[in-house]
Design a protein around this ligand. Structure first.
Ligand code: NI
Length: 387
C-alpha cells in the first residue's frame, strides 16, 4: 500500500472535480483539451493537440535511445447528454451535459500519472493519449487515423475504466475479451396504411414489427453457439400517430453485442435476413441498415498478467478480481486491435451507500479513492512494462 502515498491526492481530486463541473460532449472537449495541454507542457512533455479533432497527446521521450519501447496510456475525456440531478458541490455547471461515466476521473488520473512519470528515468518512452468521443465510439479511430500509434511507434497500450459495479479498493483484470463489440441496426418496415377497422385492405407494419422483434430474439437462442455470449436488444419502436389509423411504416432500432466469434461475423446477415424474411411473409418489406460501432475489446495475456501483478502488489491479491467483463462497449478496443495491451476495471462504487448509481445515470458518482488507485496502477504498470 505504500506507493499509494506517492499520489498527489488533493490535486487529483481537485482536477477531477474541475472537469466534472465542466463536462463536454464528444469532439467538443476544447476546454478539457486546453487544460490537459497546459498541464502536460508544464511537466516538460512534448504536446500535440488536434489529434483526432480534440484529442491531446503528450510524449515523454527517452532521447537518443530509439530502440527503446514506447508505451501508450489512454484516457478518454468526453461526457454524456444527461442532466445531473445530484446536489454535490462539484455538480455539472453545464445543463444537459454530465460526466456520468467517470471519464472526468480518467483525465485526472492520466494527468497524475504524467506528473509521476515525467521526472523519472524510464526504460523507454511514454505516450499519454487523451482521447475524445469514446461515448460515440469513434474517438479512438480518429486518433489512430491521425497517427497516435506512430512516431514513435507504440509497442503496448494500457488503460483503465473507473467501475461502479466493483467496490472501491478492488480491481478487475483478466486476459481475453472483456468488453463487447457494439453494432447498431435500423430496420424500416414498409407496409401499406389504412383504416384500423379494415386491416384486410392494409399491410400492417405494426404487426410485422412485433414479429420482427420477436424473431430477432430467437437469433440469440437458436442461431448462436450457446457457449458464446451475445445480446440483441431492440431499443426503439416508432410507428403510427392515431388510434384508428394503420400507418404506412414502422421503424425499429437496436444493438447487437458479442465478444467476437462466429455470431459477431454472422450478425449483420442474420439481422437482415430475419427482418426481410419476416416482413416478406406478411407482404411487407424491410429495409435494414447495419453499422459496426466498436470491436470487442481483447486483453493480451502477458500484459494482463503484468497489470494483475501490479494491482496485487498495490491493493493485495485478494482484491484483484478475475472474471470482470461487460457487454458494454469501449473503443479502447481499436488501440488493442493494433497493439497488445490491457484495459482494467478500477472499482469506484462509493463506500457505504448501498447500491452505487449505475454508469450513464443522472446520479452517477464515484468514490474518489478510486482515482488514487487508478493513478498508481497505471503509473506502476508503465514503469514495470518499460523496466
Ligand atoms: Ni466510459
Amino acid at each position: 500500500m505504500t506507493s499509494l502515498a506517492a499520489v498527489d491526492r488533493a490535486s487529483l481530486i481537485a482536477t477531477r472535480r474541475d472537469i466534472h463541473q465542466h463536462p463536454e460532449l464528444g469532439f467538443e472537449e476544447t476546454r478539457t483539451a486546453a487544460l490537459i495541454s497546459e498541464r502536460l507542457r508544464g511537466l516538460g512533455l512534448s504536446v500535440k493537440t488536434g489529434v483526432g479533432k480534440t484529442g491531446v497527446v503528450g510524449l515523454k521521450e527517452n532521447r537518443g535511445r530509439k530502440e527503446d519501447r514506447c508505451v501508450l496510456l489512454r484516457a478518454d475525456m468526453d461526457a454524456l447528454p444527461i442532466d445531473e440531478i445530484s446536489a454535490v458541490p462539484y455538480r455539472s455547471q453545464q445543463p444537459g451535459t454530465m460526466h456520468a461515466c467517470g471519464h472526468d476521473g480518467h483525465v485526472a488520473i492520466g494527468l497524475e500519472v504524467a506528473r509521476r512519470l515525467a521526472p523519472l528515468e524510464l526504460g523507454g518512452s511514454v505516450k499519454f493519449a487523451f482521447q475524445p468521443a469514446e461515448e460515440v465510439s469513434n474517438g479512438a479511430q480518429a486518433m489512430i487515423r491521425d497517427g497516435v500509434l506512430e512516431t514513435p511507434h507504440v509497442d503496448a497500450a494500457f488503460g483503465i475504466h473507473l467501475w461502479n459495479d466493483l467496490p472501491v479498493g478492488t480491481v478487475g483484470v483478466m486476459a481475453g475479451p472483456v468488453m463487447a463489440s457494439v453494432d447498431q441496426f435500423e430496420i424500416d418496415i414498409v407496409g401499406r396504411g389504412g383504416h384500423a377497422a379494415a386491416p384486410h385492405q392494409t399491410i400492417d407494419p405494426v404487426l410485422v414489427a412485433a414479429h420482427v422483434i420477436t424473431a430477432l430474439q430467437s437469433l440469440v437462442s437458436r442461431r448462436r453457439d450457446p457457449l458464446s455470449e451475445a445480446v440483441v436488444s431492440v431499443t426503439e419502436v416508432h410507428a403510427g400517430r392515431a388510434f384508428n389509423v394503420i400507418p404506412d411504416r414502422a421503424e425499429l432500432r437496436g444493438t447487437v453485442r458479442t465478444f467476437g466469434g462466429s455470431f459477431f461475423e454472422d450478425a449483420p446477415r442474420l439481422v437482415e435476413e430475419t427482418a426481410q424474411g419476416v416482413a416478406a411473409a406478411f407482404g411487407a418489406r424491410a429495409v435494414v441498415r447495419y453499422r459496426r460501432l466498436s470491436a470487442p475489446l481483447i486483453n493480451n495475456e502477458q500484459l494482463s498478467a503484468l497489470m494483475r501483478d501490479v494491482a496485487a502488489d498495490l491493493i493485495g491479491g485478494s482484491n484483484v478480481r478475475a472474471g470482470v467483463r461487460t457487454m458494454g462497449g469501449e473503443d479502447m478496443a481499436y488501440f488493442l486491435e493494433k497493439v497488445p495491451g490491457c484495459f482494467a476495471f478500477v472499482g469506484s462504487a462509493p463506500r457505504g451507500t448501498g447500491r452505487a448509481a449505475p454508469h450513464h445515470s443522472p446520479t452517477f458518482d464515484i468514490d474518489e479513492e478510486s482515482l488514487v488507485i487508478g493513478a498508481e496502477l497505471l503509473t506502476q504498470t508503465a514503469i514495470r512494462y518499460l523496466a
